[in-house]
Design a protein around this ligand. Structure first.
Ligand SMILES: *Cc1c(COP(=O)(O)O)cnc(C)c1O
Length: 398
């Protein structure tokens, strides 16, 4: 079927909670995707960093195919042979003692929120149901009713109340505001080390380290949402490593399965995780053998192909080349690793207009918040492929 026909069907039968670019993708390989008409594009979104390993990585395809014929789901009512290994390897790789597996990212954040609250009552002694969690303005942590309760994006939040209470918002990057917001009822500080959906917002240097220090001093858990910032995107396995911070708990997802299958998790110390007791939390698909098989391989690919290192090298080059473009509507370029935001001045066309033009040239990028174009290609991208993209980006801004 042709693109126009498929778009018409989607618009008729599909819910309109997305307004995608009009490119109908049919297949993909590495950083490349092809539409139904056979046109090739360089993917500079990587499914919001879920395909850091590149599309249809042969090792992941193989493991997925093999595991599909062996065992896919047992539920946690029984044990399976892969979850113990997935837990051990992931904990060892990321430096944690204990792991709780879920599926989508929002589920991992919800799990982390429940863990923080429960820890607040059971371990810290906060009076029952008075626990507070401090969050940041501009946050994006997912789409559940509780998570959007502390969003400040009206598109994500409006018309979904009544909202879950217990969240206090401070400005992103403001350690002083964090310290002021802490009360004896504060269980945790939930923060993205770099805000992705807000437009690749990098906080002032030292912010996360200072926040960690403040949390420690006040017996408050530092909960870093590394769902998008983690697993290589910023040039490190975890973005918190850039400030030598070891959060008390982290949520990971997206690239955890390299785009094959939704897999997410929360990791923490054994002491914190042990506030969850039998039957107090769970998920039918969480820790299923298919997810474990795919994710174990996805993590091995990240490490063995040095994808975080490649993010450092190609990211620096990509940003340097973007900064060379002189155009009256470009304000500045920011980012870390292969996570780049090109910020436009608000007196020209919106980012969406440029994303459409980039699509025509064969580069798929996604706007955020009207004025920011985000570039976040799969971490397998080569210098030649960055050049291919840059040539087209320059054309759009010529
Ligand atoms: C994408 C994202 C989530 C939500 O993940 P889903 O899989 O879409 O539920 C949560 N936090 C951050 C930082 C994200 O980027």
């Amino acid at each position: 079927m042709k693109a126009a026909e498929l778009i018409a069907i989607e618009d008729l039968y599909g819910a309109h909670n997305y307004k995608p670019l009009d490119v109908v993708i049919e297949r993909a390989k590495g950083p490349w995707v092809w539409d139904v008409e056979g046109k090739k594009y360089l993917d500079c979104l990587a499914a919001y960093s879920a395909v850091n390993q590149g599309h249809c990585h042969p090792r992941l395809v193989k493991v997925m195919q093999q595991q599909a014929e062996i065992l896919t789901l047992t539920s946690r009512a029984f044990r399976n042979n892969l979850w113990p290994l997935f837990a051990k390897e992931t904990c060892e790789l990321l430096g944690y003692e204990s792991m709780l597996p879920m599926n989508g990212g929002a589920e991992a954040v919800e799990t982390g929120i429940k863990l923080c609250r429960r820890w607040g009552y059971v371990a810290k002694g906060i009076p029952q149901y008075e626990a507070e969690i401090i969050v940041c303005s501009g946050n994006f942590h997912g789409r559940t009713t509780t998570i959007i309760s502390f969003s400040d994006d009206p598109l994500a939040k409006d018309f979904y109340g009544p909202y879950t209470p217990g969240f206090i918002t401070i400005p992103y990057g403001d350690a002083e505001a964090l310290e002021k917001a802490i009360t004896p009822r504060t269980a945790a500080f939930l923060v993205e080390p770099i805000q992705g959906e807000a437009g690749v917002v990098v906080p002032p240097p030292g912010f996360l380290a200072k926040a960690a220090e403040i949390c420690k001093a006040h017996n408050v858990l530092l909960f870093c949402d590394e769902i998008q910032s983690g697993l290589g995107r910023t040039g490190a396995l975890l973005a918190s490593e850039h400030e030598k911070v070891k959060p008390d708990l982290i949520s990971i997802g997206k690239a955890l399965s390299g785009g094959m299958y939704p897999v997410s998790a929360v990791l923490s110390s054994r002491e914190i995780m042990n506030v969850f007791k039998h039957a107090t939390h769970g998920s039918t698909y969480g820790g299923n053998p298919m997810a474990c098989a795919v994710s174990r391989e996805a993590l091995r690919v990240l490490v063995e192909e040095n994808l975080a290192e490649n993010a450092v090298v190609q990211g620096a080059y990509f940003m340097e080349e973007l900064r060379k473009i002189r155009h009256p509507h470009i304000d500045f370029v920011r980012g870390k690793g292969l996570w780049i935001g090109l910020v436009l001045k608000q007196d020209g066309p919106k980012a969406m207009t440029y994303c459409r033009a980039l699509k025509e040239q064969g580069v798929l990028a996604k706007d955020t918040h009207d004025w920011i174009i985000r570039f976040a290609p799969p971490l397998v991208i080569t210098r030649e492929e960055v050049d291919w993209a840059m040539e087209r980006i320059r054309r759009v801004f010529a």
